[in-house]
Write a protein that binds this ligand. Structure first.
Ligand code: ADP
Ligand code: MG
Length: 701
């Protein structure tokens, strides 16, 4: 690295510092007001900003600009326009107007809209999200000025992950601010802070390219377990391999230039699995940055002849990938509302916010579940790995004890590690951040001064998860604020409210082992939902309860929720359809022909031996030939069955029914085809096996 890291950081971002340097004072002040207070942006201000942005971008080599948005595909989209504008003398000038900055109109008919827009009404608009800074991106096509935008339909419905997130942030701010005011704090704004930890796999690109399943579906659809998996736990936090280290180094530099605070990197539990965590940021910026992290990972892996797999379960039998979404609320005065705090007065406020989160998670566990649902995550949630599909909250022994005391006696008098508390309920022990142990099996864990939502899918945008968290907490806070604002004795009312809330929602707290069968049974007794798959999770989006809540806080309209549910069904059906067809193709043209070749070789060998030495023992060859032939027949039967089911699925007209059919019929048939093929993999001559094995992919980087 030739440049100093401090100089390099955010060099490709049109951030505060750049704006301060390049914008006239008045323009800067006006824009800042819009960013901070959400006030409307004056078009004349946009004009000046656009011009400054363009000059800055061109100085750094940009030729194009692009509205960068996050449609419902879960990845980002962009359409590039060059800055050129012809002049009357046959030359060009470089131009970028305020209008072009503020609004774009991509012909967006091919993005998922869930019935919100027919193809003949292709109009979609992108609108500048000035709260997230513009940045430069360099690739083979040159340097492009990327402008983060929200994406909506002609009639104003959100068609992206960004718009609802921004709306939910406003809702949370409004309601949390009311509570802060009741406690006498002059707070104008509350923002959710988010730090997403990103897990991913890296494998050799040449091997990746030999696997149609990885190319088409992002995960291996076949593959026998190698003799060594992750049982020795020797990969976790292990020494980073040379090629991977080179990748990480370049990735960090690229991310730093984009202003992404890449901070932590290490090997994860599974072989070839790694993790990157940035320092937390405001939710919408963290969401943008996470998209950039995923994009950069893929692009830079390629440069190192690696393939980056973001799928939730690229390999059966070893850990899958997720995203831990660390979430907290911070005021414009810099206070983290989930920090237990130092004074009893603040502890009460903390207890209220804590109980609000518990209530929100208990009431809307179904919505959190669906916010983390995608086809890949079905293999993690409800499988045999972290985290389980049942949503519960881990508080740690110390905090749980305080809560129990409050529920039982109305007062918390002591904390578990022996420290005395000052007075009655108005206190909480000052929690040391590591006062309690970690619990890795909890889907929703309190970790010192934040909650860690661990269900989020590794390949998905963190938008939906945070939109949901913000809204469900805002909803509970709004009810609490209503109640407290009407109270005559505030102290007493807060006391009662905390006690009541904790009592009513205590069932969501679980500090034990989330993987155990006992927990599944206990959760059922407690009445907690156990939603095992994406198709079962989707209906939560359109319950009366969900529609009422999202509409109340102007996060989603009923129409938008229905469209999202439809997109999710469609996504599921399409993903499983692609997987099934890939399996059919791989079995038909790769595996079965290879096995036939081997059976022929075995048969030839048997005949040759018989001829050469008539009384030689050929029992090994014969029994192998028999075993392989019968597995081959089983594979063929399973293949035919899968083919039939896929064609049956395509004739179903309603999208939800189709998705359910894929889940209940096609998905199990895929497992039936995989089984004999995986069994064959360990019997057939390695030279004839048509694709790289798990061992080769996971251990040979
Ligand atoms: P772990 O040990 O679980 O990997 P870390 O301490 O590395 O957790 O933090 C994980 C993520 O949580 C990081 O992105 C970090 O910036 C973020 N984080 C830390 N504090 C907060 C907070 N108050 N709000 C939101 N995210 C936070
Ligand atoms: Mg973590």
């Amino acid at each position: 690295m030739s440049e100093k890291l401090t100089d390099l950081f955010a060099i490709d971002v049109f951030n505060e510092a750049t704006m301060l340097e390049r914008l006239p004072k008045k323009t800067y002040a006006a824009l800042k007001k819009t960013i901070q207070n959400g006030e409307d942006l004056d078009p004349s201000v946009a004009e000046v900003v656009a011009n400054a942005m363009k000059d800055w971008a061109i100085e750094r080599g940009a030729t194009h600009y692009s509205h960068w948005f996050q449609p419902m595909t879960g990845i980002t989209a962009e359409k590039h326009d060059s800055f050129i504008n012809p002049t009357s003398d046959g030359k060009i000038i470089m131009e970028f107007s305020g209008k072009e900055l503020i609004k774009g109109e991509p012909d967006a008919s091919s993005f998922p809209s869930g019935g919100l827009r027919a193809t003949f009404e292709a109009r979609g608009y992108t609108a500048w999200d000035c709260t997230s800074p513009a940045f430069l991106r360099e690739d083979a096509a040159g340097v492009t000025l990327c402008i983060p935008t929200a994406f909506c339909s002609y009639t104003g419905e959100a068609l992206d992950m960004k718009t609802p997130l921004l709306r939910s942030m406003e809702a949370l701010s409004t309601q949390a601010t009311r509570i802060c005011k009741l406690f006498g704090h002059d707070v104008k704004k509350v923002s959710p802070s988010v730090g997403p930890e990103q897990e991913y796999f890296l494998i050799d690109k040449a091997k990746y390219l030999q696997r149609d399943d990885l190319i088409f579906s992002g995960r291996t659809l076949f593959g026998a377990m190698p003799p060594k998996g992750q049982e020795l736990d020797d990969h976790y936090f292990g020494c980073i391999k040379e090629r991977v280290a080179c990748f990480m180094k370049e990735l960090n530099v690229e991310l730093w230039k984009l202003g992404v605070t890449a901070k932590t990197q290490h090997n994860e539990a599974a072989p070839a699995q790694h993790e990157l965590a940035p320092i937390y940021a405001t939710a919408n910026i963290a969401t943008d940055h996470n998209q950039l992290v995923m994009e950069c990972m893929k692009r830079i892996a390629n440069r190192h002849n690696l393939a980056c797999l973001l799928h939730e379960k690229p390999f059966a039998g070893v850990n899958g990938s997720g995203k831990h979404d660390n979430w907290s609320m911070v005021t414009d005065t810099g206070k983290n509302l989930l920090d237990p705090g130092k004074t009893p007065h603040e502890n009460i406020q903390f207890l209220l916010f804590l109980s609000a989160v518990l209530k929100a998670v208990d009431l809307h566990a179904d919505l959190l579940r669906v916010s983390a649902a995608n086809p890949g995550n079905d293999h993690r949630l409800g499988g045999y790995e972290a985290p389980p599909a049942i949503i519960s909250v881990y508080l740690g022994t110390q905090l749980e004890d305080v809560i129990l005391q409050l529920i039982e006696t109305g007062e918390a008098k002591s904390s578990k590690d022996g420290g005395k508390l000052n007075v009655g309920v108005h206190t909480l022990p000052e929690l040391k951040k590591d006062a309690t142990d970690r619990n890795r099996t909890s889907p929703f864990a309190f970790t010192g001064n934040k909650f860690e939502f661990r269900m989020v899918a590794s390949s998905m945008s963190i938008g939906p998860a945070n939109t949901t968290l913000n809204t469900i907490v805002a909803d509970v806070l709004s009810e609490m604020a209503d109640e407290l604002e009407a109270a005559t004795d505030f102290d007493l009312a807060v006391h009662d409210l905390i006690k009541k809330t904790l009592t009513e929602h205590q069932r969501i707290v679980f500090n034990g082992n989330g993987y155990s069968q006992e927990w599944v049974e206990e959760a059922e007794r407690r009445g907690l939902p156990n939603i095992r798959s994406m198709v079962e999770a989707i209906p939560a989006l359109v319950t009366e309860k969900a529609i009422k809540m999202f509409e109340k806080h102007h996060v989603f309209s009923a129409v938008e929720l229905h469209s999202r549910a439809e997109i999710m069904y469609e996504t599921y059906a399409k993903a499983i359809n692609i997987e099934a067809r890939t399996m059919i193709s791989m079995a038909s043209v790769q595996y079965i022909p290879a096995v036939i070749k081997y059976t022929k070789r075995l048969a030839d060998s048997i005949n040759a031996i018989k001829e050469a030495v008539p009384d030689a023992d050929i029992s090994v060859q014969t029994s192998l030939l028999k075993e392989i032939s019968s597995l081959l027949a089983a594979a063929q039967t399973a293949l035919k069955k899968l083919q039939k089911l896929v064609s049956e699925a395509s004739s179903i007209n309603e999208i939800d029914k189709m998705a359910i059919f894929y889940r209940n019929n096609v998905f199990p048939a895929m497992a039936e085809l995989r089984e004999p093929i995986d069994a064959l993999e360990v019997l057939v001559d390695k030279d004839l096996w048509p694709v790289p094995t798990y061992g080769e992919m996971l251990f040979e980087v």
